[in-house]
Design a protein around this ligand. Structure first.
Ligand code: AMP
Ligand code: FE
Ligand code: FE
Ligand code: ZN
Length: 287
């Protein structure tokens, strides 16, 4: 590689959330938290939105970080939730803008229905959720969990997810989302680089489905993530080696909303360079 503009100078963490979705800190604080943890290349990957890119970019420049603007896109395969990380796509690409807007709208309707279900038995209202959400942040169960905590009904997001917000519980509502193959195609068309988030967690996609996604333009897998199981990770590591794919490692930081710490998993400089080389949407932001 002769292009020395993106000299990477330290650990890379390519999966962090801000209060533009279900993280607890604004984008500038997320950048500062990553910097404090020794991370030097970051990606902001809020769920289904690019709303945090500008603030994160300003903070990255000030802190001397390299930022890969991104998002974590919601998808669904045969009823299973699949998250697709997308890096360096054109944030104005019409198809992708529409896809994210549609998911955000479906998420909002779903959250209201879930809260209405909870309100049958518990003292919690939609206004309580609105109070926990920053502006029009992509809404998710974490905001409902925070409303339940504020009401003293549960002690933590973990407890809320394990009980009242569980898909196996009586209140749960799911939200429609595009198929992973549609998401991969739309990200690629927007010049972005699609990578499946926490691909070896509960409900791992069958290998033939993964192969189809790779044929449709999927770039690789987030191999190092605390939710991946050792067996699933080993299966995916074999596919990565066979097909020479991109493999990443990252924290999935959500501020105080999850235990995940910035830099707890990292991505090699070689893999970051390959993501940058594949992208045609926007360049990284460099401090
Ligand atoms: P949703 O997208 O609304 O279905 O909510 C899922 C989101 O909640 C994911 O993006 C996770 O970041 C977060 N989440 C899932 N499980 C937990 C947990 N046990 N504690 C805190 N956050 C969680
Ligand atoms: Fe999240
Ligand atoms: Fe995720
Ligand atoms: Zn995430």
């Amino acid at each position: 590689m002769c292009d020395d503009r993106w000299v990477l100078t330290g650990p890379s963490d390519l999966h962090l959330h801000s209060s533009c979705s279900d993280g607890t800190e604004p984008p500038a604080e997320v950048m500062a938290a990553a910097h404090d943890a020794g991370v030097r290349t970051v990606a902001l990957t809020d769920h289904d939105t690019t709303a945090g890119w500008a603030e994160a970019g300003d903070a990255a420049r000030t802190l001397g970080l390299t930022l890969l603007p991104g998002a974590e896109l919601s998808a669904k395969h045969a009823g299973r939730s699949v998250h697709v990380l997308a890096y360096l796509f054109d944030p104005d690409a019409a198809e992708l803008v529409a896809l994210m807007a549609g998911v955000r709208e479906n998420r909002a309707g779903r959250a209201e229905r879930l809260v209405a279900n909870l309100a049958r038995d518990l003292d919690v209202t939609w206004d309580d959720v609105v109070a926990q959400r920053t502006g029009d942040a992509t809404v998710g169960r974490p905001h409902i969990a925070d409303a339940l905590i504020a009401r003293g009904i549960v002690a933590s997001r973990e407890e809320a997810f394990a009980t009242l917000l569980s898909p196996r519980g009586p209140y749960y509502v799911s939200h429609p989302a595009p198929t992973p193959i549609d998401v991969v195609r739309v990200v690629r068309a927007a010049g972005g680089v699609p990578i499946i988030a926490h691909p070896a967690g509960r409900g791992m996609l069958p290998v033939p489905v993964l192969e189809e996604l790779l044929d449709a333009g999927l770039s690789g897998f987030e191999l190092d993530h605390r939710e991946n199981t050792p067996d699933g990770r080993a299966t995916l590591a074999r596919i990565v080696a066979e097909r020479d794919l991109i493999a990443t490692g990252s924290s999935d930081y959500h501020g105080t909303g999850k235990l995940n710490r910035p830099g707890e998993n990292t991505t090699s400089d070689e893999m970051v360079a390959r993501i940058i080389a594949q992208a045609t949407g926007v360049p990284p932001v460099s401090g």
